[in-house]
Structures are given as structure tokens and as C-alpha cells.
Design a protein around this ligand. Structure first.
Ligand code: PEP
Ligand code: MG
Length: 593
């Protein structure tokens, strides 16, 4: 059975089918005189859930910081007026039981998510659903099937896994995870990846096919579940499992090495982060700084907008943890797929991708930008901080934003608060306008950071989160590659640094091509991609990379380019790109014959 691989590795063992089917909630009317009692019952269930979440969070912090952040979101949702007040209002207005009223609130709330295609938020939708299930369990006094009773090594197969289930899981005994719901960024995936447990989500109907005790294989590399495998298949996957472990261990041996090509060209490998909690784990991957701190996640879960002090405290923590290493803090890039929960008005735009997003919103609401810039400036006295403006489409926007930056600096001077006067300012290059007028942009900034995620979407006129045009979202499209080359060439004529912080920058399949296109000072990516990208850089010669780029730039068809690159990379780096060779056959002499 096929699903979405959310945590790599191979698990082989006995299945444990956890029953997590949702409640069937029945609507019933309550008497006028019982309304207050019903509200109290609901509030007690919320309080109980809050205590459970606090306990779970304590345990989570010991396991995975990134996971603890998700649980912060739960606490915020539990404090949120929308969930609690709306439910109480429904109880009072419609005289319906708390369980039913809560489900109605959830449905109204989920409608909000329906127009959003972002994977991250889709994961949040599942999480919210699970949180409501926990409250419902507390309302009906349901005693859960206890996952903590598991006392032998198993692979858990379940419809969905609640945060409490995930935390209560006896880690030593859980070898793998399979769920029917959940996307790439759902909490199950993040948690499993943090613990190194192979996991697959989105395996439709898996719970009706698997019984507890069945022998199963979870292949988190290729996103497959195999039920009742033959001995031969088990042996084949045992090899794959061993080979993948060796491969991962080998990759991590380069964490203290420079990302330098065979002919001495150095590239800094930086991390994209979304929360201050991620900082502590960065050293594991050999990251040399933060190349993109997406600050919008600080705003998205918040009921009210964070102000200067809160932002400053958050940024300061990141900067201090990173020591002398650079920390690039991007100003708010709200809009399109990332909306503020506290500002539903923005959702009403007909065409939000072309609407008030990124720097446009900041310039329209200068106080928002001032608070951010003052927070960043104050943190700059603790380390190597840089400012990055998102969604720039003309030099004028940078000039306007820099005026607000000057005002922010003046305010801090008056308040006698220290900051780095020479703080570097950069622009994201992610609109065709910025790519074409790159010389104008370069005149106004200290460095540029190419946001390939949006640059590809806007160049190709393909919505980056719309499944029906996903096949047209082609990073290896010639217009993308030409644009990148033009941007890099323009920067070569200046002393301004160039980095890439879109997904393409962290895709090892693209590393050699990017090196061949022109000047790159840094690549910023999901931290776990750093060792593999570094491996490619350390075994590449710039001359070869340039030859590869020249060959590719002569091609006109994106699919042709894509197959050419895949083929070239498989030949040059068989262990990294040809999965069959690296994990299944190579160390298994029997199957090679
Ligand atoms: C990008 O557009 O490439 C980028 C890094 O920013 P985001 O994905 O946050 O839009
Ligand atoms: Mg972007």
C-alpha cells in the first residue's frame, strides 16, 4: 500500500492496530435551566484538556523541540475565543449539548482552512481535529485504549494519532508508524522524524487491511507498507534497512567539514527555520547559521499580534544560541497561503498571491514593520543579524522600507537602546519584476536571497499550492534557470552576496546545477538536507558543474532537463540518487548476481 513518506528508514515487525476512530456525536436539546450546567461541564473539559496538554508538552520538550512548538499552538487554540466562546454561544443559543456544539464550532473553524492549500496549514487542520477529539473524550469521560500499555516492539497502524498518543507512546517499543490521515507536515511526521522512527501517513484504508499481530514492513524511504511479506521480501527489506542506516550515519560524518568543492569554491550552508525552538538541534546537521527565519509563524498562531518586546526576546534567543554565526530574519511575509488567524479580512482577496502580501502588507501597515524592525535591531546587538525583506517587486519598496528602518533606528537611539548601526539589509528575489530589474535592487541592498518557491510560481504562472497544476510547477524550467543565471551574473559584477533560500537550494538533485549557473555564497534549507547537499558540493568540481549548466541551458523542454539532471546525478552519485542501487542491491551480493 502506498502513502506519504514522512520519516525515512525501514521498519519490519508486528503490527499493533490502535483504534482511534472518532466519536459519533449525537445532537440533543437541553433545558433552559440546564444551560449553565452544560457550559460548566464544557469549561471543565477544556480545563482538563489544558492540564493534559501542559503535561504532554513537558514530556514533548524532552523529546523534540519542534514538536513542543506544535503543542504551543494547541494551548493557544485552547485559550482562543473562537473555540471556547463560539461553543458556549452555540450551547446557549441553540440549547444543544456541549459535544454537539463543539463539533459545530470545529466545522465552522475548519471551513476557514478549506480555502488554504498550504501543506503546513493542512497539517494544522488535522491537529485541530485531534485536539477537539481530546476535548470530546474528556466530555464523555471516555477512557482511551492505552498506547502506553504496549510492552513489546511493534509498528503502530492507526487511523490517526493524537498528540497525547504520540507522546505517551513507549518509544523503545515503537519501531514504525502508519496512519490513514495526516500530511507531510503533520505532527506525526515531525515527531517521527525527530525520533528517527520510519513513518508513512495518508495510507488509505490501511486500518481495515491490518490486524494486530500481522507481520508488516514500513518502508519510509519509498512510502510503502507491505502486509504479510514473504521471507524473501523480509530479507530484501532487512538489507534496505541496514543500508539506509549506514548511509545516514556516513552522511553525518561530514558535519564538521566545510562545504567546499574539490577546486576550493566555498558555499555556506544555512538553515531555514520557523521557530526559535528549532535552534538547539541545528548543530546536529552541521549548519553554519540561519539563512531564513520565517517570522510569520510567530504571528499565525497568535490571537493578537506580537509586539516589539516579544519579537525582540524571541530573536535575541535565536541570535544568542547561534553565537557568531549569521541569522537572517525575514520581515513578515503574511498573505497568500499564510494568513493571520486574527485577521480574517485578508482571506477575502480574490487573488491573494497577487495581493497584499510580504513587504506590501508591511508598507501598508507601517507600525507592524516598525515593531518587527525594532525587535530585529535590538537583537542585532547580540550577534550577526541581517534583515531580509520579502516579496520585493521594485527598488522603491526597499527605499520605503529602509525609511521605516531609519525611523526605527532613530527611535531606539532616543530610547538609548543599543543595536548594530551597520546591520545588513537584503531583498528576497522572488518576483519576476525583481529578477528582471535585479541591477536596481542590488543598488539598494547589501545582499540578495533568491526565493525560488515564489519565483517559480510567478515566472511560470503556476500556483505553488494548487494540486491540479502541480505537474506544471517545474523548477528545471528553462525560464527559471535563465532567470537564476541572470540574477547571479548581475550579482557577480558587484560585491553583493547571493544566497538561495527556496526549496531548490536544499534539493541535492539541483546542487551541482546551481553551482554551475554562477555566483552562490550560501544555500539555506531545511536543516536535515545540509549533510547531503554538503556531500554533493564536496565531491563536485566547479568546471564540471559549469559544463552541466551549459548543457542544460541549451535545452528547451523542462522534462528533458529534469531527466537529463536525474540521469547525470545518478551516474555521478549512485549512492545518493539511485535508491535501488544504494539501499536494496548494493550491499546484497545475492541480488546483484
Ligand atoms: C520562497 O519563496 O522561495 C521562500 C523561501 O519563501 P516562502 O516559501 O516562505 O514564500
Ligand atoms: Mg516566498
Amino acid at each position: 500500500m502506498k502513502g506519504i513518506s514522512v520519516s525515512k528508514g525501514v521498519a519490519i515487525g508486528k503490527a499493533y492496530r490502535l483504534d482511534s476512530t472518532n466519536f459519533c456525536i449525537i445532537k440533543h436539546r437541553i433545558l433552559e435551566a440546564d444551560i449553565e450546567k452544560e457550559v460548566v461541564r464544557f469549561c471543565q473539559a477544556i480545563e482538563k484538556t489544558k492540564l493534559q496538554m501542559a503535561e504532554i508538552k513537558k514530556r514533548a520538550e524532552k523529546i523534540a523541540d519542534k514538536y513542543a512548538v506544535i503543542l504551543d499552538t494547541y494551548s493557544l487554540l485552547l485559550d482562543d475565543d473562537i473555540l471556547i466562546n463560539d461553543t458556549i454561544e452555540i450551547i446557549k443559543k441553540h440549547k444543544t449539548n456541549a459535544e454537539w456544539s463543539l463539533t459545530q464550532t470545529l466545522n465552522n473553524f475548519l471551513k476557514h482552512f478549506n480555502n488554504i492549500n498550504d501543506d503546513y496549514l493542512k497539517g494544522k487542520k488535522d491537529d485541530l481535529d485531534l485536539l477537539v477529539q481530546t476535548i470530546l473524550k474528556n466530555l464523555v469521560g471516555h477512557s482511551q485504549e492505552t498506547i502506553s500499555d504496549i510492552s513489546e516492539p511493534v509498528i503502530i497502524a492507526t487511523y490517526s494519532l493524537s498528540p497525547s498518543d504520540t507522546i505517551m507512546m513507549p518509544k523503545n517499543f515503537v519501531k514504525g508508524l502508519v496512519t490513514e490521515t495526516g500530511g507531510k507536515t503533520s505532527h506525526v511526521g515531525i515527531f517521527a522524524a525527530a525520533l528517527g522512527i520510519p513513518a508513512i501517513t495518508g495510507v488509505k484504508e490501511v486500518t481495515s487491511k491490518i490486524k494486530s499481530g500481522d507481520q508488516i514492513i514500513v518502508d519510509g524511504i519509498d512510502g510503502e507498507v507491505i502486509i504479510s511479506p514473504s521471507n524473501k521480501t523480509i530479507q530484501q527489506y532487512e538489507n534496505k534497512q541496514a543500508n539506509y542506516r549506514i548511509y545516514e550515519e556516513n552522511l553525518l560524518t561530514n558535519i564538521h567539514q566545510q562545504a567546499e568543492t574539490l577546486d576550493g569554491y566555498q558555499v555556506k550552508l544555512l538553515a531555514n527555520i520557523e521557530s526559535n525552538h528549532e535552534i538547539k538541534t541545528l548543530h546536529k546537521f552541521g549548519v553554519e547559521g540561519v539563512g531564513l527565519y520565517r517570522t510569520e509563524f510567530l504571528y499565525m498562531a497568535a490571537a493578537s499580534l506580537p509586539r516589539e518586546r516579544e519579537l525582540y526576546e524571541n530573536f535575541k534567543q535565536v541570535v544568542q544560541e547561534m553565537g557568531n554565526q549569521p541569522v537572517v530574519i525575514r520581515t513578515l511575509d503574511i498573505g497568500m497561503d499564510k494568513q493571520l488567524l486574527s485577521d480574517s479580512k485578508n482571506n477575502e482577496e480574490d487573488n491573494p498571491a497577487l495581493g497584499l502580501r510580504g513587504i506590501r502588507l508591511s508598507l501598508a501597515k507601517p507600525q507592524l514593520l516598525t515593531d518587527q524592525l525594532k525587535g530585529i535591531l535590538r537583537a542585532s546587538s547580540y550577534g550577526n543579524v541581517k534583515i531580509l525583506y520579502p516579496m520585493i517587486s521594485s527598488a522603491t519598496e526597499i527605499i520605503q522600507a529602509n525609511k521605516i528602518l531609519e525611523d526605527a533606528k532613530n527611535q531606539l537611539c532616543k530610547e538609548q537602546i543599543p543595536f548594530n548601526e551597520k546591520i545588513e539589509v537584503g531583498a528576497m528575489i522572488e518576483t519576476p519584476a525583481a529578477a528582471i530589474c535585479i541591477d536596481h535592487i542590488l543598488n539598494e541592498v547589501d545582499y540578495i536571497s533568491i526565493g525560488t518557491n515564489d519565483l517559480i510560481q510567478y515566472l511560470l504562472a503556476v500556483d505553488r499550492v494548487n494540486d491540479s497544476v502541480a505537474h506544471l510547477y517545474q523548477p528545471f524550467h528553462p525560464s527559471v534557470l535563465r532567470s537564476l543565471k541572470n540574477i547571479m551574473r548581475s550579482a557577480e559584477n558587484t560585491d553583493k552576496k547571493v544566497s538561495i533560500c527556496g526549496e531548490l537550494g536544499g534539493d541535492p538533485m539541483a546542487t551541482m546545477l546551481l553551482l554551475g549557473l554562477g555566483k552562490i555564497d550560501a544555500l539555506s534549507m531545511e536543516p536535515h538536507s545540509v549533510p547531503k547537499v554538503k556531500k554533493i558540493i564536496r565531491t563536485t568540481r566547479i568546471q564540471d558543474a559549469q559544463k552541466l549548466a551549459d548543457d542544460v541551458l541549451k535545452m528547451s523542454c523542462p522534462d528533458e532537463i529534469s531527466s537529463f539532471i536525474t540521469n547525470e546525478m545518478r551516474i555521478r552519485f549512485p549512492e545518493d540518487f539511485d535508491r535501488n542501487i544504494s539501499f536494496e542491491e548494493k550491499l546484497n551480493p545475492a541480488s546483484n548476481q
